[in-house]
Design a binder for this molecule. Structure first.
Ligand SMILES: [Zn+2]
Length: 261
């Protein structure tokens, strides 16, 4: 599932590929990915517009198409936005295609169709109407502390709650907690200020490191458990076997030896 680093990498790639280009024909192959607007209106509204800039908040991508007009993209479980050149043929799981000039197009793919594409007049309004918390890379320590220090549920659940802090999902929550040496079931209100601060620092470190490595897990540092997210793997810090357990319904990888409550 695309989390903050994956979406940031998609954004950075598209900034090199599609900025300033005009949208010609818009083809929607599966209107289930369209939300909050009907397909005909969406096509009419965005055809002929040019792509001015991209923004990201948490896992949400915004594509500016002019004054007070943004295309919103949430990637769900399996969504991706691909820049394609010199290939007009349908791609597997293609759901929407924006034809640009010179045999280029921007294609939205989604196998499981949990992603959503829509329109907004302002990313700020979108974030507030969807009740999203501050972006995980932009959140200040003061905000982070205020959001988490009174929470009584498991820390992993709080980290993944987009209404608290936006951008972290199941996979990166595991890595952040591993790096911070905090058990996924720890209760935030019981963590010391020092450990919460370590968690804040590791959140930034993990997300930035992932982006530097193009969100490609195979190239992550050997000190990351994400690199080896399989059953019976070994903790890169202490050599203990990594546990994989369902925690609040999500498969969680952690080291019971060095991630303390
Ligand atoms: Zn360990």
């Amino acid at each position: 599932m695309p989390e903050l680093p994956d979406v940031e990498v998609i954004k950075r790639n598209l900034e090199k590929q599609v900025l300033g280009k005009h949208i010609g024909e818009v083809v929607i192959d599966d209107s289930r990915v369209i939300e909050g607007v009907d397909a005909t209106t969406l096509i009419k509204t965005i055809s002929g517009k040019s792509i001015n800039s991209l923004q990201r908040h948490g896992k949400q991508l915004f594509i500016s198409l002019g004054r007070e007009l943004w295309l919103t993209v949430h990637f769900g479980m399996t969504g991706n936005l691909l820049y394609v050149k010199n290939n007009q043929e349908k791609i597997k799981y293609e759901k929407l295609s924006l034809f640009l000039t010179k045999q280029e197009r921007l294609v939205y793919l989604d196998q499981r169709i949990f992603g959503r594409i829509g329109l907004t007049s302002s990313p700020v309004d979108f974030v507030s109407s969807h009740d999203l918390g501050p972006d995980s890379l932009m959140v200040s320590w003061e905000q982070f502390h205020t959001i988490l220090h009174n929470q009584k549920g498991a820390i992993k659940v709080a980290l993944m709650d987009q209404k608290k802090i936006a951008g972290i999902g199941n996979v990166y929550a595991d890595e952040i907690l591993f790096q911070a040496k905090i058990n996924p079931l720890s209760i935030p209100s019981k963590l010391s200020e020092t450990r919460l601060h370590i968690l804040y620092d590791k959140t930034t470190l993990v997300l930035k490191t992932a982006i530097q490595h193009n969100a490609d897990r195979n190239s992550f540092p050997d000190t990351f458990i994400l690199k080896n997210r399989v059953k019976a793997s070994i903790c890169p810090r202490c050599g203990h076997e990594i546990s994989s357990e369902k925690i609040v319904g999500r498969t969680t990888f952690f080291c019971s030896n060095c991630q303390k409550m």
